[in-house]
Design a binder for this molecule. Structure first.
Ligand SMILES: [Zn+2]
Ligand SMILES: [Zn+2]
Length: 139
């Protein structure tokens, strides 16, 4: 299982196109989720001039689990776990907008348990929790 995972990860890195690498790099260096148009804005100097190039790269990176979409913000963020192409969970601070990805092993267990009771099986989930982050809570 572990070896298969690292094998896949290597393959995915090798298969990234130049555009995908540029977009991934931008998101990895961003401290906050970015909307597609601001990604386009930032990457004009890198030669990515059409929205289609950006959307294609975002789509592929999302499928690979390298980045995630924050649905409620319509923005994209680099994955901070190693690989979670299917299941994601985030906290979003209601005060400052800070977004954090949760390591969600225990959430998977809970969700699995819940659907099993109803004789279903979960295919994927994308959770967003609204919180007050550490900084905003104490201020
Ligand atoms: Zn992730
Ligand atoms: Zn905050």
């Amino acid at each position: 299982m572990t070896s298969l995972k690292s094998y896949n990860k290597k393959e995915q890195d090798l298969n990234l196109t130049k555009n995908q690498k540029i977009v991934l790099n931008l998101l990895q260096n961003s401290s906050e989720p970015l909307k597609a148009y601001s990604i386009l804005d930032s990457l004009k100097t890198e030669g990515l001039k059409s929205p289609l190039q950006i959307y294609r790269a975002l789509d592929k990176l999302e499928k690979l689990g390298k980045i995630h979409k924050i649905e409620s913000k319509n923005s994209f963020i680099a994955c901070s776990n190693s690989n979670c192409a299917r299941n994601t969970a985030f906290t979003i601070c209601e005060s400052c907008g800070n977004v954090k990805e949760l390591k969600n092993n225990y959430l998977s267990d809970g969700v699995n348990e819940l659907v099993k009771k109803n004789k279903m099986s979960i295919t994927r989930y994308n959770l967003e929790f609204y919180v007050l982050c550490k900084n905003c809570k104490t201020n």
